[in-house]
Design a protein around this ligand. Structure first.
Ligand code: GLY
Length: 390
């Protein structure tokens, strides 16, 4: 074959592969597939002791957890958000049911994850009935319980109680997410102590949790007697100096949200600086879904983390509203486009109440790698609703 003919055949082959991929994607109806996924939530029966957390495609098994798990509130949150999207009352009834199973957590002072559990469930519910006194009381009691973990000398809420042989007073970046409940508790109760604790926690995080390149550490350990920093390390990232993708997401979301309640420009600057680190990172793939850690040496073969992408896409809709920077809005829309494809929507044949594939829970523990995870769905639905309300 002469060179011209050879080149022409290669061109034809490439074109036919391209057309066949496009046709495949065309036959995939994302709207239909999403509807099917949403419907799976209606088929799933309430169980106060077993909250769906993730799904193992390999074992065809739902990983269920008790209400004390940090993820328990997301399932009710997903139902509330599905109700908001579809206006179908069946979601509301289920949401009310699953939300009520979280109530006992209001007394649980062994964890900082109160906001994730109580605000993603009761907080979402309160949006639909702004005068629901029972929900308000539960949010206030939970905020009082969370406040007992605040240490004035450190200026932070203690995150974890384990690993006492190595850590004295560990604070993780995720903890920024719990501040939303405290800010709201002050609005509901007019007791300013919750707001003040949230601001002190955010200021301490602002001071100590970030690196020169604007990425954040996962864990900062303090001396609880003096308030000085002992260690800056990781627990869920690749190593102490790596940038764990979801951690960057918690930082961006947390400081954008803290700006909403305080109008402190330093918080907005912080959110933007970390957002720019994230968006401009050479290891952020073209489709926008980050690898679970920006510095995993096995990139491009490392697992992705859809949950990190959806936390950031949701935060970016809000960040766009404060900055009017289109870049944030474009990223959020790109994430929705990417996710609404056969690569990311869970197959219709899978009977489990989850929507999206490819989240990574805890890579160092080899736990929930490349799986559908409840909080990936939660922030996906939140992004949809935030985009819709623009
Ligand atoms: N808050 C724990 C996590 O992001 O996995």
């Amino acid at each position: 074959m002469n060179t011209k003919l050879y080149n022409f055949s290669i061109l034809l082959l490439t074109l036919s592969i391209f057309v066949s991929c496009k046709q495949q994607e065309k036959t995939f109806n994302s709207e239909e597939n999403l509807k099917t996924r949403y419907h799976k939530f209606l088929d799933y029966k309430p169980d106060s002791l077993a909250f769906p957390r993730s799904f193992s495609i390999l074992k065809n098994e739902i990983n269920k957890v008790p209400s004390k798990d940090w993820t328990s509130g997301f399932y009710a949150g997903n139902l509330w958000q599905l109700y908001e999207l579809t206006h179908n009352n069946q979601y509301k009834e289920l949401a009310q049911n699953w939300t009520s199973f979280i109530e006992k957590e209001k007394f649980n002072d062994k964890t900082h994850d109160m906001g994730f559990k109580v605000f993603c469930s009761y907080g979402q519910g309160l949006k639909h009935n702004k005068t629901n006194q029972e929900y308000k009381d539960i949010i206030i009691k939970s905020s009082q319980t969370l406040s007992t973990r605040f240490n004035e000398t450190v200026g932070s809420i203690r995150s974890w109680d384990f690993n006492k042989e190595n850590w004295n007073f560990p604070v993780i970046i995720d903890n920024m997410m719990n501040l939303e409940m405290l800010f709201e508790a002050t609005k509901i109760s007019k007791d300013s102590s919750f707001h003040k604790i949230a601001v002190k926690h955010a200021n301490t995080t602002l001071k100590n949790q970030f690196r020169e390149d604007n990425s954040c550490f996962h864990v900062v350990d303090y001396n609880q007697e003096t308030g000085t920093v002992r260690l800056k390390v990781t627990h869920q990232g690749y190593n102490d100096s790596s940038s764990w993708a979801r951690g960057q997401g918690w930082a961006i979301y947390g400081f954008t949200m803290a700006y909403r309640y305080t109008h402190d420009k330093r918080y907005l600057d912080r959110a933007e600086a970390t957002a720019n680190f994230y968006l401009n990172h050479e290891n952020l793939p073209a489709d926008g879904i980050p690898y679970w850690d920006f510095n995993d040496p096995s990139i491009p073969n490392a697992p992705r983390d859809v949950s990190a992408a959806t936390v950031v896409s949701s935060a970016f809709v809000e960040l766009y509203q404060y900055t009017k920077n289109q870049i944030y809005l474009e990223y959020s829309k790109k994430i929705i486009d990417t996710l609404e494809s056969s690569e990311y929507i869970l197959e219709p044949t899978i009977n489990a109440p989850f929507i999206l594939k490819h989240s990574t829970g805890n890579w160092p523990k080899k736990d929930e790698i490349d799986e559908p995870i409840v909080y990936g769905d939660y922030y996906y639905l939140e992004t949809l609703l935030r985009l819709k309300s623009l």
